[in-house]
Design a protein around this ligand. Sequence first.
Ligand code: PEP
Ligand code: MN
Length: 342
Amino acid sequence: MLVVMQSQATEEQVRAVCDRIESLGLRAHPIPGAGRTAIGITGNSGSIDTGALETMAGVLECVPISKPYKLVSRDVKQENTIVRIPTPSGEVTFGGTAVALVGGPCAIESRDQAFTIAERIHASGARLFRGGAYKPRTSPYAFQGLAERGLEILAQVREEFGLGIVTEAIDDDSLDLVEKYADVIQIGARNMQNFSLLKRAGRAKKPVLLKRGMSATLDEFLMAAEYVLSEGNYQVILCERGVRTFTDHTRNTLDLSIIPAVQSRSHLPIAADPSHGTGRRNKVLPLSRACVAVGADGLLVEVHHDPARALSDGPQSILPDEFDQLVREVRDIAGVIGRTLN
Ligand code: PEP
Ligand code: MN
C-alpha cells in the first residue's frame, strides 16, 4: 500500500500520517519525490483498512501496490534514486547523469599489490576502488582474503589516493567491519538471497551494492533489494554480474537486457560487472562498452598488474593499461547517450 500525499502537504502532515501507520503496528517509509511525498507501508500480512488514512490532512490517495516488491518500485517513486558516495575527493553518484567507474583487484593480496593497482586506477580517472578482503570462494582451500588486515589496507588506499572504497561483506561480523572501513558495502552474488545478511545491510548507514545471484530472476533480484530497503536503507545500487547459462565460451552470460528491464520497474540505479559477467579478460572491454551503451549507471571492473599471479580471478582481470583504454572508450560512448563519467 502506498499513501500519496498532496504536493502541498506539509512535513507535519507527512509525519502525522507516518505516526498513524506506525500506531497500526505497520512500518512507514516516507519517500520524497520531485513533486510530492509518497509513504510506502510495509509489515502488513493482509490488506490495510485505508479509511483511517484517506481522510487525514494532506493525503491525496491510497494506492494498492500489486507487485511483490514495493519500496524499490517506480510506483512508489517515479524519479531515479541517486546514490551518493562521499569520497575524500568529492561525491561519486550512481543513478544520475554520470556513469560511476569502479576498478580494482578481485582480492586485496598485500599492501604493495593494492597500492600498485590503486595508483593506476586513480591515474585513469576512476574514483572508486574495489577489492575483496572477504572472499566467498567455491573451494575452502582457495585464498579467502586478508579479512580485517585487507580492510586496513583499503583504508590506507583511500587516504593515499582519495579513492572511495567498495568491498564485500559475507556475513554479519564482516559487515560490521566493512561498514566501519568502507564507503560501499558489497553483497555478492552468492549472498543475494541470504535474507538475514540483507536485513543487516538494511540497518547499515552506508550504501549497499547488491549483486544479482547467478540464477536469480528479475523479481527475485528486486525482492532481495526490497529486503534492504524495508529495513530503512534506501541507498541501494543493483549490479548485474552475469548468470549461468549453457555457454562455454564465457564463465557467465552478462544479461544486458536486465538493465532496461530494471530501469522500467525500479527507481534504483543499476551497475554492471563485465569481469564476472564474462570471466575472460579479452571480453571485458567490449562488454564494458555495451554496458554503458545499454544504460548502466556504473561499471565494476577487475584490474590486476600481474594477473598470472593473482590469488583470485586472474583470468578475468584486465591490465592497468587496458583499464586506461576502457575509461577512454566508455567515456566516448557515455557522451553519445548524453552521459558523462564520474
Ligand atoms: C567479486 O566481486 O569479486 C565477486 C565475488 O563477485 P560475485 O559475487 O558477483 O561473484
Ligand atoms: Mn572476483
